[in-house]
Design a protein. Sequence first.
Lengths: 357, 300
Amino acid sequence: LSARLQRVLATAIALLAALLLTSVLIRLSGRDPAHIYALLLRGTWANPYGVGQVLFKATPLLFTGLSVWLALRAGLFNVGAEGQITVGAFACAMCAAALPRWLPGPIAVPLCLLAALAGGAIVGAVPGWLKARRGAHEVITTIMINFVVRAAMVGIGALVFERESVHTRAIAPAAALARLSRFLPALRGSAVNLALPLALAVVGATAWALRRTRLGFHLRAVGAQPRVAAAVGVDVGRMALVAMTVSGALAGLGGANFVLGYKGYYEDGFSGGVGFVGIAVAVLGGTGPLTLVGAALLFGTLAQGALAVNAACPKEIIDVLQAVIIIAAAAASRVGARASTPASAAAAPTSNDRGAT
Amino acid sequence: VSLLILGFIAAMVRITVPYALAALGGTISERAGVVQLCLEGLILTGAFAAVVGADVTHSGALGIAIGALAGALLALAYAIVVLVWSADQIVAGVAINLFADGLTRYLLKIRYDSASNSPRIDALARLGSHGDLAAVLLHPLVLGTLGAALAVSLLLRQTAFGLRVRAVGEHPEAAQTVGIDPRRVRFFAVTLAGLLAGTGGAYLAAEQGQFVAAMSAGRGYIALAAMIFGRWRPLAALLACVLFGATEALELRLQGGLLPGWLVQMLPYALTLLVLSGIGGRGTGARASGGPPAALGKAL
């Protein structure tokens, strides 16, 4: 427990240090940091619309954060959530647009979610396979695949996007996810939708499966002690393939928030980097599902808060704050866990002792 | 026709220089055992600092020097984060890139009141490698890039410092027992990487004569791909950069006539994936067979 307390303290200090450093930058540009932070809070948690928007921005981060988090538990570093959510969203949009109009929602929505899962899973399976069978380090392959996906989407977009636009055809209305404001009128105007409860359920289910199922136990064993796991008969390579495929599927599912819950189509550049912020969510989130949700909410707050401060101070300062938080959290995460966290094992691109064998 | 070919070579060289400088920096850093995912941010920072530096000092040469130093400074910050605080190198690398992107955009708005680009800085633009092929090839930074590649290759293979870098990248504990301070060597290697990548960014800014938000445009990742493609060897990394530069120059010349642009953009990454998947030799396994340095990414 004391190691855990140390970690919490270290994370708190890291967050404060990040705020302090950013304050210095704001001060240097001749503005009052306290005023900027007040604007940030006023635009987010101070009113129901702001809360709704924070939750909307946190929704894809829950998926990408969970994706990176799950892979980390298995000792793998998935830097490819960006490419995975892109393909997931695209598959989701194509499926939703192709569905016949008479199909009822309870059938249409699961089909589209399945398409999102499948799209992300395929993109995740490639680095998993390269890791398992070729010993190629997943950090490098997922980065490369992000760019392959980005370039491919330019080519595919030219074929399928609506004329004079950078988005796909509109989805069948039945496939849309309802806005939460339909059930909670106070949230009116905000884009938060049923993808949020879905995200929370998926986070809970994944954390449960990781703790309680045989597969989850094997994944964690491979992440914590790959050699021991291999020695007792766990197929380390196969676990890498499974972990990356599931990780990709989780990120891909995040595409539904934008496609089914917000715009009703896939749009070029829709993600706004949620794949990369997902890494931050996973790192700050530590080992538990609740802290993961907390981290997603924090970064959702920053994303929405950036819009609120923009009138007084260039909103890019929030990007800087975000980056400093990630760095501080990464440094803090080593406190109380110096010896062997999954992250430190994943940071070593030596395929010799893992996967390839 | 020969004019076309000369123009093609000039374009290829100009595209290659930032890739090559960054890839060389990445190679030094990773051979010393420190993962170098922040090349993109280092290029961007170098470009921005070069523009502001030239603007303030009215000297293009000083601007480029300031760009290089800014790259070194950011790399030093990265080194402190991962070597002193032992933060995860992958997370820190991704974060440094986000930081550089956010900070340059922020300062662009503060200083030039623009979300997209700085004004043209003539002092810096004059130093771009313009003119015919001879002028491009004799440009100090073009020659310097070639010199840097040879120097890094010699440094790693022939000098005592290079031996230390390699020792620290392969087996820091063993290096330590013979009196080498792994942390100090890694600090030096990472900072040198920042200096080189920052210079690449400064060259890019001189070429374009101004700063444009996110102007690194993935070049740091292409450099990363080239480094792996060249299997962590400086001269091979340079050749990989030339290959990637040549395909891009060809695409520019042909205006998408031969291959669609997106396919050309995909090429460096797809080729690197093929190398990693074992086609034409593997970029994995032990260092002796072309794999990464053994201690890459491991905390001390």
